[in-house]
Design a protein around this ligand. Structure first.
Ligand code: NAP
Length: 241
């Protein structure tokens, strides 16, 4: 595949894992649209990437806002006529916020991690359908894995995040449904777990870097035609749903 002809959209591309995915895809020759709620933050993040010669373009994207998503879809249609890679990375985890009730946590988390992902995906399907090798990568979490949940000595059994886990389980379910629904258009749809990574979302606690987390995202974004669809992987192995 000639990566230099590929166009990618990464939601939440201005920081954390999304920023690392933007850099890693651009280093593969892809033109990356960095979805940012605040384009000024995106421009600041993009400056060192451009200095490195990377082809990155901050674009306004609030996944919870119909007009923002529709506006970006129109921009992509006008300027490129297709989209090759959609990385649904934007996400929140609010379980440890003491100021919110459980219902508030659930509603706000589902709004971004599930409804927002569907809003963006639906808007981009026409552009993805115009690609020769379209790929959707949903940034999920092994915290959503039913299979791992009751595994003895699971390293993440200490993470009590019911609303976040529910949101990513819903995202995993949608991954399977979209993979089925979009198979006829040649769109491969996979979920990945980036691993427990040092970002604002984890108070920069873990030692794993966003660049390490980006590896599996990029692998799934640049899949060959014989690569999987409807799968759930981290950078080491396939994960149980
Ligand atoms: N870090 C981990 O250990 C880990 C593990 C497994 C999965 N994940 C997943 O990886 C993804 C990225 O997480 P991260 O750790 O990089 O988090 P992060 O540093 O908190 O970054 C989250 C990104 O999502 C964006 N975002 C949030 N709400 C949005 C919305 N409504 N519209 C558009 N963008 C929005 C943020 O934009 P603003 O800058 O405007 O807030 C930011 O760019 C998430 O889906 C997360 O669930 C993370």
């Amino acid at each position: 595949m000639e990566n230099s002809k590929l166009i990618a959209l990464v939601s939440g591309g201005n920081r954390g894992i999304g920023e690392a995915v933007t850099i890693a895809l651009a280093r593969q020759g892809v033109h990356v649209l960095m979805g940012c709620r605040d384009v000024a933050l995106g421009e600041a993040a993009a400056a060192p990437m451009r200095a490195e010669g990377l082809s990155v373009q901050p674009v306004q994207l609030d996944t919870t806002n119909d007009a923002s998503v529709a506006g970006l879809a129109a921009l992509i249609e006008r300027d490129f006529g297709h989209l090759d890679i959609l990385v649904n990375n934007a996400g929140v985890g609010l379980d440890y916020d003491p100021t919110l009730t459980v219902l508030e946590k659930l509603e706000r988390t589902l709004e971004v991690n599930v409804v927002g992902t569907v809003r963006v995906t639906e808007a981009m399907i026409p552009m993805l359908s115009a690609s020769k090798a379209p790929r959707i990568v949903n940034v999920s979490s092994e915290l959503a894995s039913f299979g791992l949940h009751f595994t003895p000595d699971w390293e993440h059994s200490d993470k009590k995040m019911p609303t976040y886990k529910a949101s990513k389980a819903a995202l995993n379910s949608l991954t399977l449904s979209y993979a089925d629904q979009l198979q006829d258009k040649g769109i491969k749809v996979n979920a990945i777990c980036p691993g427990y990574t040092a970002t604002a979302a984890t108070n920069f606690g873990p030692s794993r870097t966003p660049a390490e987390a980006a590896v599996i995202v990029v692998r799934m974004a640049l899949l060959d035609n014989d690569g999987p669809t409807a799968s759930f992987y981290n950078d080491v192995c396939e994960l149980p749903w």
